[in-house]
Ligand binder design. Structure first.
Ligand SMILES: *Cc1c(COP(=O)(O)O)cnc(C)c1O
Length: 387
């Protein structure tokens, strides 16, 4: 074991000394929870998103829940979303008393199939909540055309898409409500955190209220609570981490895209040299302009293999390579099955949920890591190829 190379997790955050120093400074300052650093982070993010109002929250889940509350979604309402996402996406819809309606995904992008959205719209539909899996946005023109045609709000679950673009414009710099997560695995992290890009000052005020117990203050000593809010504020400790990460983001982006390019090259070369040209391994969309390369995900050709995904993951782990599953179809979870959802209603999502695999991708990886991962991975596929 001592001779084997270091274990490569599927992701790992990078924090430089400047970030560690900035955190220490906040700790020494005497003001550690929401304060001047959160305000600075929000102002910096607002600038980043072209001047749109931005408010920060304790995590991406709270951010999305508050987005729903800001536009008044609740009991009796339906929200159209994708079954291939982190379960937070639909959990927040349930948590405000509304009903998630799952539309199947596109097999190539693995994002919600916008061509199938119209058929899922009912008089109760209030919003569409697309998810940009691995940082690849949906067709934004088509998304906002649907919103206009059917008079729906959009809450973009852009948790994975910080730094992604659409036709040269940053995701978040246009559109309706756009929600980001700064959880530790995301491209820009505050350890835990999130932010919402809003349309105007009224929405921002409402978001602030929902963020802290529904509270508004008047004058020196006046307080009132007129809506039920939660405790979802970001701290200054988290905010300074975000401010430092923003400075490093361009370098992270470049590195992620370069590593993704290497994956395509090395995987294709390894498949060829292993004589596996007919193996239907599905690679991601090769998009270096819009995607932020949050993850590098393949869809395994389980029909052509004599084992399941867990076996492939185990053998990769034995080679010192961590992998992840992002994600099983949400409708496969007990909570959702109990509410009557069926995985068979979204067959593409069902297949992808069972066979998608996340390979390691993070800025701190070495070039040699990609070769080692890809050759190990293709070797395992070759071994398990049926006849
Ligand atoms: C990470 C993530 C969330 C939730 O964000 P948290 O900060 O973990 O609460 C929601 N949706 C998607 C698609 C995510 O990847």
């Amino acid at each position: 074991m001592s001779n084997s190379p270091a274990f490569i997790p599927f992701t790992r955050p990078s924090f430089n000394q400047e970030t560690i120093d900035a955190v220490s400074e906040v700790l020494r300052s005497g003001w550690v929870t929401s304060g001047p650093k959160v305000a600075e982070f929000e102002a910096t993010l607002s600038k980043y998103f072209g001047g749109r109002p931005v408010r920060c929250f304790a995590n991406g889940t709270a951010t999305m829940k508050i987005a729903l509350q800001v536009i008044g979604i609740g009991g009796g309402d339906e929200v159209i979303t994708t079954p291939i996402s982190w379960v937070a996406t639909s959990n927040v819809v349930l948590s405000v008393g509304a009903k998630p309606v799952f539309v199947d995904v596109d097999p190539i992008t693995r994002n919600i199939d916008l061509n199938k959205v119209a058929a899922a719209i009912t008089p109760k539909t209030r919003a569409i909540m697309p998810v940009y899996l691995a940082g690849l946005p949906v067709n934004m023109d088509q998304l906002y055309a649907l919103a206009k045609q059917y008079d729906l709000r959009i809450i973009e679950d852009a948790a994975q898409a910080f730094g992604s673009q659409w036709q040269g414009k940053k995701i978040g710099s246009f559109g309706d409500l756009v929600s980001f997560s700064f959880q530790a695995n995301k491209n820009l992290t505050t350890v835990e955190g999130g932010c919402l890009v809003l349309n105007n000052a009224d929405e921002a005020k409402l978001a602030e209220k929902f963020r802290l117990q529904g509270l508004t203050r008047q004058g020196m000593d006046g307080m009132d609570v007129d809506v039920l809010g939660g405790k979802d504020n970001l701290t200054d400790i988290n905010a300074v981490i975000g401010l430092q990460q923003l400075k490093q983001l361009p370098a992270y982006q470049t590195r992620r895209a370069a590593l993704a390019r290497q994956y395509f090259d090395v995987i294709r070369a390894e498949l060829k040299s292993a004589g596996l040209d007919s193996l239907k391994l599905e690679l991601p969309v090769e998009n270096y302009t819009d995607s932020n390369w949050h993850m590098y995900q393949v869809v395994l050709p389980l029909d052509q293999l004599d084992c399941d995904r867990a076996q492939i993951m185990t053998e990769l782990k034995d080679l010192g390579v961590g992998t992840g599953v992002h994600y099983p179809a949400i409708t496969s979870f007990t909570l959702y099955k109990e509410q009557g959802y069926k995985t068979s209603d979204t067959p593409v999502a069902q297949r992808i949920g069972r066979s998608i695999l996340t390979l390691p991708l993070f800025p701190g990886m070495a070039d040699e890591d990609i070769g080692r991962i890809a050759s190990g991975f293709i070797g395992i596929l070759k071994k398990h190829r049926k006849n």
